[in-house]
Design a protein around this ligand. Structure first.
Ligand code: NAP
Length: 223
């Protein structure tokens, strides 16, 4: 039987890499991306590809390669994301631009380019954060990061409305995970592997399209 194909952005480290490894163990074929195209995963069902979400040319070139092979993805996981202002008090122009270039503009235009490579039954997952929840927000820090994830959640809703009855779409919080996304993540409650396992269980389930899901609590997240 043909293996299901999953595309995972930001698979060079952290949650994305752990996810790629888990999907491979579970019998999927995986394409993982990073800016360099170097990903330390050696598996016959794995392919690494270059993608820089801040460069429209990189998105176009990625799409052209996919189109030339006629590749269709059963699952797209938009995992790549950055948080240069995590933990800072006030917005600062450079990190604000960087954050929105990757977490918002890059995600949107990459996803739009991938839509024609998703069959009607495909699952589309955006890795967001509960830091993007307006209802749960009690903090004042990490302005760009929080706002970028709120914007990503809105984009998820828009996609859900546009593709009602077609794709299964969700935005999710992966838990607080010990990765390199910010300096103080060493206290995170989960290893990347533990987060990937929770995400895998969610993605494998028959979830309701359009939800914002917290995989840590296995429950809906407030918008
Ligand atoms: N860790 C947490 O506690 C936590 C909590 C909530 C949400 N999240 C979300 O989970 C996702 C993964 O985060 P993580 O903690 O695993 O982070 P990470 O370890 O820093 O990994 C980020 C990934 O994104 C890729 N990336 C960075 N800039 C990129 C760009 N311009 N274009 C394409 N890819 C780029 C990186 O690849 P290269 O640098 O190799 O290109 C890397 O593979 C993010 O969306 C993050 O916001 C994380």
């Amino acid at each position: 039987m043909k293996k299901q194909l999953v595309l995972i952005t930001g698979a060079s480290q952290g949650i994305g890499k752990a996810l790629a490894e888990l999907f491979l163990v579970q019998g999927y074929q995986v394409i993982g991306t990073s800016r360099s195209g170097n990903i330390e995963i050696n598996h016959p069902s794995f392919e690494a590809m270059i993608l820089d979400l801040t460069q429209m040319e990189s998105i176009k070139s990625f799409e052209a390669k996919i189109a030339s092979k006629g590749t269709m993805f059963d699952i797209l996981i938009n995992n790549a994301g950055i948080g240069p202002d995590l933990g800072t008090s006030l917005p600062e122009e450079r990190s604000f631009d960087q954050t929105f270039d990757v977490n918002v503009k890059g995600q949107v235009f990459f996803t739009e380019a991938m839509i024609k490579h998703l069959p009607p039954s495909a699952k589309l997952i955006n890795v967001s954060s509960k830091m993007g929840s307006i209802e749960q927000c009690v903090g004042t820090d990490s302005v760009a990061y929080r706002m970028s994830k709120t914007a990503l959640n809105m984009y998820t809703k828009i996609l859900t409305n546009r593709y009602e009855g077609q794709f299964q779409i969700a935005t999710l919080h992966p838990g607080w995970v010990r990765t390199n996304i910010s300096g103080d993540n060493s206290k995170g409650r989960f290893s990347p592997e533990e987060s990937a396992a929770m995400i895998f269980d969610f993605v494998s389930s028959n979830f309701k399209t359009g939800i914002f899901w917290n995989v840590e609590t296995n429950s809906a997240c407030d918008w």
